[in-house]
Design a protein around this ligand. Structure first.
Ligand SMILES: [Zn+2]
Length: 150
């Protein structure tokens, strides 16, 4: 985390998150992906959330025989992070299939609750370029706390 060079990835940027931190985050998402519970879709996803204090908290998708009850890796990571006492996030890396994944609409909304973090879309293959976005670019004009008077 000592490397403070800014990220200049295609598709977006977030200069406050160092390249080294992003690389570590992607590795964490790749690593945790093997723990996904995806017996129905066979589409394991790993996510790694970078908290403001440098802590990385991971999540995986967890499916269910009652399919609407499945939970995406991104939300699993957010929920675990909040339970661990974290509420300020800088970035999330997501690793799924053969092309870089961005979070689904539901996860974008859940992430937006915690600010305009960097979203890093990667694949299990380190040879595939990582894409980086601001969450506000993925969910413009989002519904938020101010809309409910908080
Ligand atoms: Zn999702």
């Amino acid at each position: 985390m000592n490397d403070e060079r800014p990220v200049h990835a295609p598709g977006g940027e977030h200069p406050s998150v160092a390249e080294r931190a992003i690389a570590d985050l992607v590795q964490a998402a790749r690593g945790i992906r093997a723990r996904a519970y995806a017996p129905y879709s066979h589409f394991p996803v790993g996510a790694a959330l970078l908290c403001a204090d440098g802590t990385v908290i991971t999540g995986v998708n967890v499916e269910n025989a009652s399919s609407p009850l499945a939970c995406c890796a991104e939300r699993a990571a957010v929920y675990a992070a909040v339970a661990a006492g974290q509420q300020v996030f800088r970035a999330i890396a997501v690793v799924g299939g053969e092309r870089p994944l961005t979070p689904c609409g539901g996860c974008r909304q859940v992430l937006a609750e915690f600010g305009d973090l960097t979203v890093v879309a990667a694949t299990p293959d380190p040879a595939v370029p990582v894409r980086s976005f601001r969450l506000s670019a993925l969910l413009p004009e989002s519904f938020g706390k101010e809309d409910v008077g908080v």
